[in-house]
Design a protein. Structure first.
Length: 154
């Protein structure tokens, strides 16, 4: 997906078994981020950065939603272990990841693989993508600060 496009209506099922829809967030903005694997160092750093700045993001009108290919049980364990207070979508079939364009070929440890491309989408109140952070831009330990700086610069 690109800037100016609407995110899919059905986003998926979160760690608690709830169906998450874009329309659930009408009137609110969304930080929709994809991450490769729960409980890995980079993904944990990114999730914890977002959780630590959840109130600042909320004050700017943003809710947070994470998505990975991990199963619902692993998403739940990850959320509970790290105190994450936002939905983590278990996109085991990669439906949302593919629709967003963050599922594809990447180079890991010098070899080509297919998987999740760490990406963050800032979505407006109408479900339209306004900003995309690409894998090369994202610094997991300070990702929330990157987002907040981008919001302030607008």
């Amino acid at each position: 997906m690109e800037i100016g496009e609407r995110i899919p209506e059905i986003l998926g099922i979160d760690q608690d078994g709830r169906e998450i829809k874009a329309s659930d967030y009408r009137g609110r903005k969304i930080v929709l981020y994809s991450y490769p694997k729960a409980n890995t160092s980079g993904c944990t750093a990114e999730a914890c950065s977002l959780q630590a700045h959840k109130d600042e993001l909320a004050a700017a009108g943003y809710d947070i939603i994470g998505v990975s290919k991990d199963k619902q049980a692993l998403q739940k364990k990850f959320a509970e272990a790290k105190g994450l207070e936002f939905p983590l979508i278990a996109d085991t079939e990669t439906t949302l990841l593919q629709a967003l364009g963050c599922w594809g070929e990447k180079v890991t440890c010098g070899r080509k693989t297919v998987g999740i491309l760490r990406t963050t989408y800032l979505v407006n109140e109408e479900g339209i993508i306004e900003r995309i952070f690409t894998p090369k831009e994202i610094k997991t330990k300070i990702h929330a600060e990157q987002i907040l700086n981008a919001i302030k610069a607008e």
